[in-house]
Design a protein around this ligand. Sequence first.
Ligand SMILES: CC(C)(COP(=O)(O)OP(=O)(O)OC[C@H]1O[C@@H](n2cnc3c(N)ncnc32)[C@H](O)[C@@H]1OP(=O)(O)O)[C@@H](O)C(=O)NCCC(=O)NCCS
Length: 194
Amino acid sequence: MTSDLMIRTERLLLRHVQATDAEAVHRLAGARDVAAGTFLPHPMDRQAALRWITERVEEQAAGRGVTFAITLAESGELIGAIGMELVPAHEQGRLSYWLGRAYWNRGYGTEAVTALVEHSFVSLKLHRIYAPHFHTNPASGRVLQKVGITHEGRLREHYLRFGQRIDVELYGMLRQEFIARRPANGGGTSPRES
Ligand SMILES: CC(C)(COP(=O)(O)OP(=O)(O)OC[C@H]1O[C@@H](n2cnc3c(N)ncnc32)[C@H](O)[C@@H]1OP(=O)(O)O)[C@@H](O)C(=O)NCCC(=O)NCCS
């Protein structure tokens, strides 16, 4: 994959994260209610945001992951990020995503996850993707349901976050399920990569 890969959806442009995103990442992902549903570093000052970006870029160069900035296609404004940790030996990816608080509940999460799912199976040729979400974060589960990812079970008290033990809901999709859901021509409103 080239580092200038971009994925265009109806309203969004997904592009690779870069050091110049540190200010926006700090401002948006630094909020506690964004961090609470994730394992983003918290608190996240500008330096921590830059470190987070650098780690994602290194992970990508090593083939261990992909991370895209979620931007508004019209303005180029960064509103969040989405990515996947990859385990090539198992042709498997673990999805994660976040949006700044001001952008929730407008369908952007669903639009970005739909695009990354397509990218995972069509371009990265993965066999399986999965996404754990905290039980306390039903909006994330709703996004995964809307994208057609299957609820596979609950991992009890699986994580510790902000001093709380948290049940995790596990969602997954197999390559054959993605193919079965795809429109016959693979076109329509599918994301476009360039
Ligand atoms: C999870 C997240 C990405 C969702 O993004 P989003 O753009 O708001 O998602 P969408 O607008 O596409 O869909 C949200 C859905 O959740 C629903 N929802 C929102 N809050 C909810 C709640 N408390 N309980 C149940 N459903 C809820 C919305 O109604 C919507 O469903 P609908 O379209 O059927 O009405 C966003 O909330 C976020 O960034 N949260 C903080 C980081 C995070 O938790 N990331 C996920 C880690 S697994």
